[in-house]
Design a protein around this ligand. Structure first.
Ligand code: NAP
Ligand code: LUD
Length: 286
């Protein structure tokens, strides 16, 4: 079998087009545009690129963005002060604190400082709790985008065996919750998992979120599986690759996402969607 490519770039473009219409309606109805507050701490070059792409995407769909930069030497109090300002700013409906933070800053404390109603990334413990108990709240952008990519195949998630590799708070764990919410049978793998290839081989759906270049080999993949590669790794020559050995996996999978052009663009589209949804919730609660 040769896999069909899931074109995340094209699907994200469709999402942004639909969002642009909804943002326009919102802005006409309420007299102000949705707004995203963006906080970048330190000088990680990849973070700077992602943040710039997110701000450009906001602009294209009509969402305002409010950018604050802090140096790598910033203190916890300085980051907290910016978050507090954005929490209090009525023009800001969603707040993005780009990760990772420079060493020495307490990521969990900073994420918990963001008002849960403005938590466009869905990383606040309250929103993580809502996801765990199946209550409506903000859903983290990457796993939310992955669900859209899986649904684009037209295959049923209910009853399927989904194998998630990785258990981070930003991808693996919320991904497992979302798949469980759609009635998949979910296995979550991590660095202590025994016989990983055998576990992955059971997956009708495989989501790889590890951060190790091409770690998932083609012969681990079940014939016809849906393979979603969340990994973004930079090779020594500067090119990007995922966590899956794409060429070999594509020979067995039914569907597969490329890197770049798979999950990454969806993460950005979902951030825009969460920001709009936050603005709608706020406007409707007045
Ligand atoms: P992370 O916090 O570093 O978590 C990695 C997970 O992989 C951990 O749970 C770890 O297990 C597990 N792991 C490490 N080595 C393993 C091994 N040999 N076998 C099985 N599992 C192993 O990473 P993350 O933030 O979830 O990100 C994962 C990847 O996705 C990275 O490449 C990141 O750049 C990318 N990413 C992409 C997007 C996007 O929009 N495309 C968004 C977010 C992240 P332990 O828990 O046991 O340590
Ligand atoms: N922090 C994220 N840190 C890193 N790739 C992203 C990402 C788009 N607070 C917070 O945005 O959701 C987040 N919230 N994350 N990430 C990773 C993670 C965060 C990574 C890649 C891309 C977002 C992306 O657009 C392109 C693609 O895969 O096609 C390639 C871009 C390139 O470098 O060429």
């Amino acid at each position: 079998m040769t896999a069909q490519i899931i074109d995340g770039k094209a699907i994200a473009k469709q999402c942004r087009k639909a969002l642009k219409g909804r943002v326009k309606e919102f802005t006409e109805q309420y007299g102000h545009a949705p707004g995203l507050g963006v906080i970048l701490v330190g000088d990680d070059p990849a973070s700077a690129v992602y943040v710039r792409n997110k701000e450009k995407a906001c602009e294209k769909v009509g969402i305002n963005s409010f950018h604050r930069d802090l140096p790598a030497t910033a203190t916890q109090e300085q980051v907290a002060a910016i978050i507090d300002e954005m929490n209090a700013d009525d023009r800001v409906h969603g707040i993005l604190l780009q990760l990772p933070l420079p060493k020495g800053l307490d990521e969990q404390a900073m994420l918990a400082r963001i008002h849960p109603d403005k938590d466009a990334d869905g990383f606040h413990p309250i929103n993580a709790g809502y996801l765990a108990v199946g209550k409506e709240g903000y859903v983290p952008c990457t796993p939310k985008g992955v669900m859209t990519l899986i649904e684009s195949t037209g295959q049923s998630i209910e009853g399927a065996h989904a194998v998630v590799i990785g258990r981070s708070n930003i991808v693996g764990k919320p991904q497992a919750q979302l798949l469980l919410g759609k009635n998949a049978t979910v296995t979550v793998c991590h660095s202590r998992t025994r016989n990983l290839p055998e576990v992955v081989a059971q997956g009708d759906i495989v989501v790889a979120a590890v951060g190790r270049p091409e770690m998932v080999k083609g012969d681990w993949i079940k014939e016809g599986a849906i393979v979603i590669d969340v990994g973004i790794n930079r090779r020594d020559d500067g090119t990007l690759c995922g966590d899956v050995d794409y060429d070999a996996a594509a020979e067995r999978a039914g569907w597969i996402t490329p890197v770049p052009g798979g999950v990454g663009p969806m993460t950005i589209a979902m951030l825009l969607e969460n920001t709009l949804e936050g603005a709608i919730r706020k406007a409707e609660s007045r």
